[in-house]
Design a protein around this ligand. Structure first.
Ligand code: ATP
Ligand code: MG
Length: 318
């Protein structure tokens, strides 16, 4: 952690959630929000809450949706000085409604919002030049502005002895163009910590089967893999063939969005603060579980004290 803050680059959004379960938004209906959101923002919020040095690179509009995010991240202890405020475009947004089967309908405004309008600047360069860790979402590679920052930042952070974590965050079926696919593979290979969820493991490794995928990832240079399995828990895999399974906590799931990002932010921060893999996994599992208990993608992100209380009072699945 002495090397400098953890930096996350990417989309900052508000999320507005339908309070009833059903199909889409074709009729007037009750909604709740805006909630601060965006996978990279959720990740960095959890880092800041746990007391890790953290900074966010992204953009919001000059509107209340933007202020919901910057105020929130500031409160969490995140350095927001490299979140730029776009004078012309509104803050990105996602309207979401859950269907009966747990799948979701979305109405997004991201690509044509402030969320996609940031880039390399002197302030960003100054931050990256003093940062110790970079966290990247694979999905950010499809956003040109994020890609430009990530390309430069990975090299700089690595050159100064910093580390990289990657959440592939790309659906298994998603086909990328050849250039993006090549960038994605390079990013994965450079990861000190890879945080796939479910089938993203095989997507990132480019091979079928869990054991094969893990073997392949270590072969191409990944240092540590933590596989997220939702309510089934999570598993740490080390290069020496070591493995730790972390059972999930037993909770009532209200809103699954953001679990993986809280989990990742907690795991990374605990590791950077010097904890063992096992201890970090416990905090990460608690952070993910706690976050699904409340509505809003980062409303359940916890401080160390809150996570300690949660761990002490919550059962784990056998
Ligand atoms: P998302 O992309 O929706 O943010 P993800 O798919 O990346 O999530 P998950 O595997 O859903 O990540 O969740 C991360 C971790 O959070 C899990 O490994 C688990 O420890 C915890 N978790 C998630 N959902 C639950 C749940 N319903 N009950 C208990 N723990 C959960
Ligand atoms: Mg995920």
């Amino acid at each position: 952690d002495q090397l400098g803050p953890t930096v996350c680059v990417g989309e900052i959004l508000v999320e507005i959630v339908a309070t009833t379960v059903g199909d889409g938004f074709l009729e007037a209906q009750p909604l709740v929000g805006p909630f601060a959101s965006g996978a990279p923002a959720i990740f960095i919020s959890q880092c800041g809450r746990l007391g890790g040095k953290a900074a966010m690179v992204g953009a919001v509009g000059d509107d209340d949706f933007g202020r919901v995010n910057t105020d929130r991240l500031k409160r969490d202890g995140v350095d927001v000085s490299t979140i730029s405020i776009d004078p012309d475009y509104p803050t990105g947004s996602a309207f979401v409604r859950y269907r009966k089967d747990g799948s979701r309908d979305f109405v997004y405004n991201i690509a044509t919002s402030a969320a996609a309008r940031f880039g390399w600047s002197q302030a960003v360069a100054d931050l990256i030049n003093r940062s110790g860790h970079l966290h990247v979402m694979g999905s950010a590679l499809t956003v040109p502005s994020a890609r430009a920052v990530i390309d430069k930042a990975v090299d700089i952070v690595k050159a100064r002895g910093g580390t990289l974590s990657v959440d592939p965050n790309i659906r298994k079926e998603l086909k990328l163009d050849a250039d993006t696919e090549r960038r994605f593979s390079m990013l994965v290979a450079a990861a000190d910590l890879l945080l796939p969820s479910g089938e993203e493991l095989e997507r990132a490794a480019g091979v079928e089967g869990e054991a094969e995928a893990i073997r392949r990832l270590f072969e191409i240079g990944v240092k540590e893999v933590v596989l997220k399995r939702g309510a089934e828990g999570a598993t740490y895999f080390g290069r020496e063939g070591d493995r730790i399974d972390a059972p999930a906590f037993v909770v009532q799931e209200v809103d699954p969005t953001g679990a993986g990002d809280c989990f990742g932010g907690a795991y990374l921060t605990c590791r950077r603060l010097g904890m063992s893999q096992k201890e970090a996994l416990t905090y990460a599992s608690a952070a993910g579980a706690r976050n699904v208990m409340v509505l809003g993608p980062m409303e359940g992100a916890g401080t160390q004290q809150e996570l300690d209380a949660f761990i002490a009072s919550t059962e784990r699945r056998p």
